[in-house]
Ligand binder design. Structure first.
Ligand SMILES: Nc1ncnc2c1ncn2[C@@H]1O[C@H](COP(=O)(O)OP(=O)(O)OP(=O)(O)O)[C@@H](O)[C@H]1O
Ligand SMILES: Nc1ncnc2c1ncn2[C@@H]1O[C@H](COP(=O)(O)OP(=O)(O)OP(=O)(O)O)[C@@H](O)[C@H]1O
Ligand SMILES: [Mg+2]
Ligand SMILES: [Mg+2]
Lengths: 255, 255
């Protein structure tokens, strides 16, 4: 049955979507059956794998509201990679969920029905610690935290780790930080080196060995609705995400 | 009486904080009295002007809960620049506000008491369209939208513009998009050029002429708790934010 991994960090623009999309594509290329869940109202993960947002009639919002997950799952532009796309109504979900019963575990209940169809379920979350991210944390076996190699990136880490602890104590006892991915490493700045050293010192072996560099190809690929592995398979961006995915498969071998 | 400008965009990492901090510092350097309001639970704007988050006893959260704004205002590391810092409890405010009366206009009521003390009030908002950002939109005379020169940056623009329209129709009749700032322009990629062309074509003159480049100095400055104008006054980052601030002073001359 599937391993579910949530890509979470309330800091914006740190590479949550880029990591979920490209790790998903690499795992699929390696033969694993992968479901990518887009839990961000912006729908970047859906776009990143070729789904046109205006075409999404049934998506994550409808699934949170009770629609069966299989009715919403679509095929991405990559074999073995399916996607539960974000629909426009997801923007209202945070406020609507506040008064709902079992508001934090709606996603977990929904995707449990799909676990036997996949090897990995990857969840892309929005840049906040609200009810959508709480749903991702409750549905996940482990959290992968992307951290940008920038100063502000370390600021919110404490808050995120506390939130993960709270969810583990209350709603999801198996939840833990499964991995930390350092992203957008820029060899031109000393800052990137310092952030990498700081993060490895504080968090140790949970930090993946592979550091993702900032590359032009990675920023261009979403414009073509493709992961970098399809857009430019020979690029550094494709290579580094493949190497990261190998580390992920070692930590969570297929069922 | 002060002009209030909210820096809003639910897309993460587009330069909201960097723009609010550096525009604030440039306006202050030009002799204007500026209040920077940090409405993001991450507190990056507070850190960016030298406030240590753990030292904040009374901040934006307490002000939203009714404390007088003057009790929370602190001095930043730059003359003429004050800051209403973010305190750690702000993370819980979104959910706590949902049931409160006048939940969207708490910030407006609070900062109205300080308008006569300042020429400009700049509000840094979190990467979401929840109740904290709604408070920023209700307290603002105009919105400044930072847009990163990347593909995903255009995705959420429609949702943001619709939200601004809703707030104008209901809670804040004077609200309008006062400016659009193109940020993190990377001359190495064609993508940056395309995004700039697209945004200028769709949004016209509301887009500021000055485009902010991606520079190492801008990403390093927050680590020293300083705006780039204090960290490295001769840098391109400092120059381009000064030029942008001149455009801002033309659009909204001091009272
Ligand atoms: N390694 C990289 N090299 C170059 N550009 C990158 C890289 N990773 C991400 N990007 C670009 O940086 C921007 C931010 O990345 P992304 O959207 O994946 O972050 P996010 O954490 O999902 O953002 P949000 O908080 O808004 O959800 C995007 O425009 C993306 O294309
Ligand atoms: N022009 C620039 N050149 C280089 N780095 C920049 C530039 N503008 C912002 N940055 C860096 O990029 C990252 C994102 O910027 P910033 O934090 O200002 O965005 P934000 O929109 O406020 O993010 P969030 O959505 O998390 O609030 C930060 O690490 C910042 O230091
Ligand atoms: Mg994202
Ligand atoms: Mg910010």
């Amino acid at each position: 049955s599937a391993i579910s991994l949530a890509f979470c960090n309330q800091k914006g623009g740190v590479g949550k979507t880029t990591s979920a999309v490209n790790v998903g594509a690499c795992l699929a290329d390696a033969g694993a059956r992968v479901l990518l869940v887009d839990l961000d109202p912006q729908g970047n993960a859906s776009t990143g794998v070729g789904i046109a947002r205006q075409d999404v009639k049934v998506g994550t919002y409808e699934v949170l509201a009770g629609t069966a997950v299989h009715e919403a799952i679509a095929q991405a532009s990559v074999p073995n990679l399916d996607v539960l796309p974000s629909s426009i109504d997801l923007a209202g979900a945070e406020i609507e969920l506040v008064g709902a019963p079992k508001r934090e575990t709606k996603l977990r209940t929904a995707i449990d029905a799909a676990r036997s169809d996949y090897d990995y379920i990857l969840i892309d979350s929005p840049p906040s610690l609200g009810l959508l991210t709480l749903n991702a944390l409750c549905a996940a076996d482990a959290v992968i935290i992307p951290i940008q190699c920038e100063y502000y990136a370390l600021e919110g880490l404490g808050q995120l780790l506390r939130t993960i602890d709270l969810v583990r104590d209350g709603l999801n006892p198996k939840l833990h930080v499964g991995g930390v991915v350092l992203t957008m490493y820029d060899a031109r700045t000393k800052l990137s080196e310092q952030v990498v050293a700081d993060v490895r010192e504080h968090l140790g072996d949970v930090v993946f060995r592979m550091v993702i560099p900032r590359t032009v190809r990675l920023s261009e690929a979403p414009g073509y609705g493709k992961p970098v592995t399809s857009y430019d398979p020979g690029s550094r961006g494709a290579f580094t995400y493949r190497a990261l995915s190998v580390e992920i498969m070692h930590r969570w071998p297929r069922g």
